[in-house]
Design a protein around this ligand. Structure first.
Ligand SMILES: [Zn+2]
Length: 339
């Protein structure tokens, strides 16, 4: 593994919504009850990796304060600059690919060496569900007997997909999605936006504040607005599905399909519960109600299934032709309100 992948300075902020989890880890550590392995579980985009790094920084610090690392000892200085030789990050070599057994074997070698700075050694592995079966099996021995003063921090976005043999060897630290009020307050401060804008943003990213931050910073809002306008244009027959598919050929399809799934979920809510308060995409409320009124449950469910399965195959890179995929979905979208 490239050294640059292993070492980087830490972002060890404790987000306000993780204060309980943080205090729990501090208590365990101060009582000498810290387990060998922690499993941080929660939805993506809420800051689990930062929490993991903060925990790493704290247990590796040579003179920790009551509730934070000192920031000045040799360990803290290393962590905040070039990186610490006793902190090991294990992630897929490519985004979306599995963690391979060879990578776990390299980790095992690291575990056999003594800590260079004479304190804790910490491994951060993300995502735990990204290990293929042989990689997970190779990790089991290490999880059982990692050696003294060693902490493995596994991070998962999908607890159900982590192998039970791995799960049972870790102590779980559940990281809940923050309360909306807490997340809104945080986003307002981070992005200097009005509360209503933060609220809207948060709905689009299913309540995950860091995903909201990323979304705004990467200009996803513009892309989303353009895509939603195009979807509206298709229904009004101002644009054809083919034209729109061409327009978005270079966009991130996973994002587009995710937004479309969100719209279809809203239409389903209107159809099944008839309650507008449950709509997440408030900025599309009028259009969503129009579709719900003029379409059928069958059509909506069939399209929702199609979008979900195509999104899944895209994530696994099984779908070779993106243009055709989007055309097919948009043709079905256009047919939602036609007899
Ligand atoms: Zn320190």
């Amino acid at each position: 593994m490239e050294i640059s992948n292993r070492y980087h300075s830490l972002n060890a902020a404790i987000y306000p919504w993780f204060e309980d989890q943080w205090q729990r880890v501090l208590r365990l550590h101060n009582d000498n009850h810290l387990p060998h392995a922690l499993l941080l579980s929660g939805m993506p985009g809420i800051g689990k990796a930062c929490l993991a790094e903060a925990i790493a920084g704290y247990v590796m610090c040579h003179q920790p304060l009551a509730d934070s690392a000192c920031g000045t000892c040799r360990s803290c200085v290393l962590l905040n600059s070039s990186g610490h030789p006793d902190l090991y990050f294990l992630r897929p070599e490519e985004l979306g690919k599995p963690i391979k057994v060879d990578q776990v074997r390299q980790l095992t070698e690291f575990m056999h060496n003594t800590a260079q700075q004479g304190g804790y050694r910490v491994v951060v592995l993300e995502p735990a569900e990204g290990m293929n079966i042989s990689a997970a099996n190779a990790l089991l021995k290490t999880l059982e007997e990692p050696g003294r003063d060693t902490l493995l921090i596994l991070i998962t976005h999908q607890l159900g997909q982590v192998m039970p043999t791995v799960r049972s060897r870790c102590q779980r630290l559940d990281c809940h999605t923050p309360l909306e009020s807490v997340a809104v307050q945080w986003l307002v401060k981070e992005l200097s936006v009005e509360p209503h804008e933060a609220e809207q943003l948060l709905k689009v990213v299913h309540g995950a504040p860091l995903a909201g931050l990323e979304f705004k910073k990467r200009g996803h809002q513009t892309l989303r607005a353009d895509f939603l306008t195009a979807l509206r244009d298709i229904l009004r027959q101002r644009k054809t599905p083919l034209e729109v598919a061409g327009q978005f050929l270079k966009a991130d399809f996973d994002l587009l399909l995710g937004w479309l799934q969100g719209l279809l979920a809203d239409i389903t809510r209107i159809l099944l519960m008839g309650n507008d308060d449950l709509i997440r995409n408030k900025d599309m409320q009028k259009l969503l109600k129009g579709v719900a009124k003029n379409s059928t449950k069958d059509k909506i469910f069939t399209l929702a299934d199609l979008v979900q399965s195509e999104r899944f195959s895209l994530q696994r890179r099984l779908n070779p032709n993106k243009q055709l995929l989007l055309e097919r979905i948009l043709i079905d979208w256009s047919a939602l309100v036609r007899a």
